[in-house]
Design a protein around this ligand. Structure first.
Ligand code: NDP
Ligand code: X2W
Length: 328
């Protein structure tokens, strides 16, 4: 199957190309960039040199010749081309935020009118597998909502309040340099941002509600001086206390059949470069602390996008994604 990546010069585009090198049934045939038409992919992604001869092309969505497309561009850019792909009958996963929320919620959170809205399954694979399987267009979740929701999902129905406290690596901000990502500002430093107003809170609330929970959700992100990874500490306040044994058994049962969710002490290094989410819980009665880790560029973006592509196209869900991280 031939793949096109729109926005292939960015971090998630590069990560899609890296991961798809090992996919048994898919090969990247088109890598688009507006700025880099005619430039070898390996000149921007040097880790791919010798593994791909592809050259970036500034191809319009209407002219793309491929069986499947990944949209790896910022929100608002994705909505400009999504409709064309759907009309042409080309299956696609959108890594941006453009189709993750209902229109009215999107417009409120992103402060703009959605120009090309349609409904799409939310691609948090473990929770929405049946809708994703066979779908033509899937909205890949945000990186924070992926790790946070997987941390809280098993206890959602027993909770009245969930407070997510996340620490993220800098690659979450994309490849455009900014004051925030400037090395002296981020290196040897640590800070909170968007303390109460991060746009991913809407996705987190949506997923907890879809689990049938009326729990209130809150979220504060922090910027870690590392390139990859998100560690989320979810403080889950329960209506009735639960003992450690019961909570741990619940988590182990909930994820027993999920290859990409592992119950073990979460550390960023153990999931770096992989599609795994590691999770563990500790109870102190009416507060359970659930900690999860993911790689923001893999389970938080490109890896989960491939997991979704696999379901949409009838491949094994773990095709191209079954490998270990690197320790130490
Ligand atoms: N980084 C992460 O951890 C995660 C990112 N995402 C989402 O995935 C998408 C891609 O993110 P990421 O790879 O980090 O972003 P980057 O900024 O690293 O790359 C995006 C690429 O899109 C192209 N682009 C930028 N603006 C436009 C535009 N207006 N129209 C068309 N193309 C454009 C650029 O390529 P060129 O200039 O060469 O055309 C750029 O290299 C975003 O929507 C992001 O929110 C989701 C989860 C996690
Ligand atoms: C470190 C950093 O800046 N992270 C980004 C992650 C968001 C992201 O990638 O999400 P969308 O796909 O929803 O745009 C942020 O907090 O905005």
């Amino acid at each position: 199957m031939e793949i096109a990546i729109i926005g292939a010069s960015g971090y998630t585009g590069g990560e899609l190309m890296r991961l798809l090198l090992n996919h048994p049934s898919a090969e990247v045939a088109v890598a688009t960039s507006r700025r880099l038409d005619g430039t070898p992919v390996a000149s921007v992604h040097p880790h791919l040199r010798g593994l791909t001869d592809l050259v970036f092309r500034n191809t319009e969505a209407g002219d793309i010749d491929a069986d499947f497309v990944f949209l790896a561009v910022p929100h608002t850019a994705a909505m400009k081309v999504a409709g064309t792909l759907v009309e042409r009958g080309i299956k696609a996963v959108d890594l941006s935020a453009d189709y993750r929320l209902p229109k009215d919620v999107y417009e409120k959170v992103y402060g703009m009118t959605h120009q090309a809205y349609f409904e799409a399954p939310y691609g948090l694979t473990e929770l929405h597998r049946d809708e994703i399987r066979g779908a033509h267009f899937v909205a890949n979740p945000g990186c924070f909502p992926t790790g946070a929701t997987l941390a809280a999902a098993p206890l959602a129905e027993f909770a009245h309040t969930i407070i997510y406290d996340s620490k993220t690596g800098v690659s979450g901000a994309g490849n455009t340099p900014s004051e925030t990502t400037h090395y002296p500002n981020v290196g040897d430093n640590f800070s909170a941002y968007k303390w109460t107003t991060h746009r991913h809170l809407a996705e987190m609330r949506q997923e907890i509600a879809r689990l049938g929970s009326g729990a209130r959700c809150y979220f504060t992100p922090h910027l870690l001086p590392v390139n990859r990874g998100i560690l989320t500490t979810a403080h889950i306040l329960l209506s009735e206390p639960m003992e450690q044994k019961e909570v741990e058994a619940l988590y182990r049962r909930y994820y027993a059949d999920e290859f990409f969710v592992r119950y073990q002490k979460p550390t960023l290094a153990a999931v770096r470069g992989t599609n795994f989410c590691d999770v563990a819980v500790e109870s102190e009665g009416d507060r359970v602390v659930a900690v999860s880790v993911i790689d923001n560029l893999v389970k938080g973006a490109s890896g989960q996008a491939i997991q979704n592509m696999n379901l949409m196209c009838g491949f094994a869900e773990d095709a191209g994604l079954r490998f270990a991280g690197m320790l130490p």
